[in-house]
Design a protein around this ligand. Sequence first.
Ligand code: FE2
Ligand code: FE2
Length: 346
Amino acid sequence: MKDLLDEMKGPLVLVVDDEWLQRVPMREALERYGCRVIDAENGVQAWEMMQYERPDVVISDVVMPGMDGFSLCHTIRQQPELEHLPVIIITCLEDLSSVELAYQSGATDFITKPINWSLLGHRVRYILRSARTAQAYAESQLELLHSRLEIIRRLGQAAEYRDPETGNHIMRMSRYSLLLGRAAGLSSSDQDLLLHASPMHDVGKIGIPDSILLKPGRLTEMEFSLMKGHTLLGGRLLTGDSSILLQTSHLIAMTHHERWDGGGYPYGLAGEAIPLVGRICSLTDVFDALTSRRPYKEPWCVEDAVKEIKRTSGTAFDPNLVQIFVDILPQILNVKETFADIEGGA
Ligand SMILES: [Fe+2]
Ligand SMILES: [Fe+2]
């Protein structure tokens, strides 16, 4: 980030051109508009300068010895921190293929020769303003995404406080879900969604009375039917938002207790009518519950838990996902080990 002093000094422009006769009037024209100018004779020299000096704008000629303007632009765009740096390529008016190549190499804009020196400063300032607006927008979107993730994470934590399934259940289950989703062919953005949305699966337990949630013994039929309502309560809590993250959380909260054979709740959906994210979370949630200690049971060993998952393949669980789960078991067990509950801990 540029400091206030640099802002007051005016934007720093790096001019890259092998012709001295071109660089001099460009420097004068830019300085007349309050820009500070540094220059280089070719792409290699410009790139070396950029290792210790960060310009606000780069203006580069195309044909130069060593590294040409397109390669320089391409090299700049390879650096994530320079993603928004405005790069202006100088082309000839009649050379349309150069304009196309300039955009392909990641240029922000182009100016044509012969250069109108009196308009150059306006053009640079305009491009700089647009780039800053675009960067500010990208940063605000990123901040919005982070705050959404944070709210979701805290909501999940709130549900955990009320749930006897403490420990690292949420950490393991969300990572198992990510691995299973990845192996099932989800895109990387959908895998991300699954990782962040699955911790919400039991958020509806916030609305279940303690007398049921914390009951050490078996639930009566009436109590169990109230307990089942955590799916609908969670769904209601997470409904009505346009963000894809909350929509996915909603789907998972609603469907993580559905069964492949239609015998689950709340709706008794069957087979592929159950959203894939719900089918994934139902499997990973049960696997973690089986292999974890609960107030009312000892943890099952992995072999017995996998045997149970296989036994209920096609009844409780999507048989295709069960097969994939078995195939990636070594990765699942890595997560299980990394996020193991500390025995005797709080
Ligand atoms: Fe649940
Ligand atoms: Fe759970």
